[in-house]
Design a protein around this ligand. Structure first.
Ligand code: UFG
Length: 340
């Protein structure tokens, strides 16, 4: 029988791409999602790509009664990948309690069921946000975490601590926290991708909507940073490369290859890329012009961050494969597919 994996938030952006990679690797996936930031149609899109319709249960993981009922029903789970969370930095400043409730209670409900129903393995969606603006670049997993800049960022730090403390107390459990850098792009079939609600906050969906004519122009937030071209630097990773990192993390846990009961991996490309370089690369890859203007810095943004991925390369045997041009072309194909 195929190994069964619970993917929470599996209809979301990173979740849906990960479900595709898991199914392509022979795993039996069951998704739990409350569809608060995703669409049910994603399930059919996944089926079109992989030939398999994933099992799906719609409920909110903050509801412990429903979480318990779920774990009673699915008694063969081998591992959990926990994506389900609220993720908008700005919104978290306005609605901190919603963020703490959603992001902490879902994790605690899941972990208490891991103990009770003996599901030993967890892969958690963490973020490079835990590093804040690091003193030294690139960041390794040993780079000290910094005080979070937003309630959203704080939930990621606290969740990492909840996992560490729980795994210490229950040595029969194991976990991996993947610290994502900036996931962008879409599946090569353009059947799944990012579906931002309303005006996008993130760079790439705003950029592709601008090129599609939905937004008049892209604002480049700041050209006075201490970087070669003055715009801010991030490590942009193709979402499919990121999805594949989850499959190798699952394999590491299922095969008992982990060296500690709680491990952390940076999941990025290792390349720092500026906002202006993104525009340049997008124009080169797609042949489309990106209307843009320079405006003031966005409050709360850090100047630059990018990953040292040596640990993931060596320990997981994983490496990001897509070039930035390929990644941006995939984002544009997705935008063209969803249209306005
Ligand atoms: N940017 C623009 N114009 C825009 C949007 C963004 O110039 O319209 C710039 C930002 O200033 C930043 C870069 O593009 O320099 C990337 O911004 P994003 O909003 O796409 O991503 P962030 O790096 O701000 O945030 C991402 C995730 C968060 C996560 C954070 C960790 O969205 O969930 O990385 O550092 F917490």
């Amino acid at each position: 029988m195929n190994k069964q994996i619970l993917v929470t938030g599996g209809t979301g952006f990173i979740g849906s791409h990960t479900v595709v990679e898991l199914q392509n690797n022979g795993y039996d996936v069951v998704i739990v999602d409350n569809l608060s930031n995703s669409k049910i149609e994603v399930l059919n899109q996944i089926k079109e790509i992989t030939g398999i319709l994933p099992k799906f249960e719609e409920f909110d993981l903050t509801d412990k009664v429903k979480v318990d009922a779920f774990f009673k029903k699915y008694s063969n789970l081998e591992a959990i990948i926990h994506f389900a969370a609220s993720k908008a930095v700005g919104e978290s400043v306005d609605k901190p309690l919603m963020y703490y409730n959603n992001n902490l209670n879902t994790l605690m409900n899941i972990m208490s069921c891991m103990i009770e129903y003996k599901v030993p393995n967890l892969v958690f969606s963490s973020s490079c946000t835990v590093y804040g603006q690091p003193d030294k670049l690139p960041v390794t997993e040993k780079t000290p975490r910094k005080e979070a800049e937003s309630p959203y960022g704080n939930t990621k730090t606290i969740c990492e601590d909840i996992i560490r403390d729980t795994l210490n107390a229950y040595p029969e459990l194991k976990g991996i926290a993947l610290r994502y850098f900036n996931p962008i792009g879409a599946h090569e079939t353009a059947k799944i991708g990012e579906l931002p609600l309303g005006v996008p906050n993130n760079l790439i969906p705003f950029l592709t909507q601008t090129v599609a004519g939905i937004r008049p122009e892209l604002s480049v937030f700041g050209d006075d940073y201490n970087t070669p071209d003055g715009s801010a630097i991030r490590d942009y990773i193709h979402v499919v490369d990121l999805a594949k990192a989850h499959v190798v993390a699952i394999e590491r846990l299922l095969n008992d290859k982990n060296k500690e009961n709680c491990e952390y991996f940076n999941v990025g490309t290792g390349n720092g890329v500026s906002v202006l370089e993104i525009i340049e690369s997008f124009e080169r890859a797609t042949g489309e012009k990106v209307p843009h203007k320079i405006v003031a810095r966005r409050v709360g943004d850090i100047e630059q961050i990018y990953a040292d991925t040596t640990f993931a390369n060596e320990e997981l045997g994983w490496k990001a494969e897509s070039t930035l041009d390929e990644t941006l072309l995939s984002a544009w194909k997705w935008q063209e597919n969803i249209g306005e």
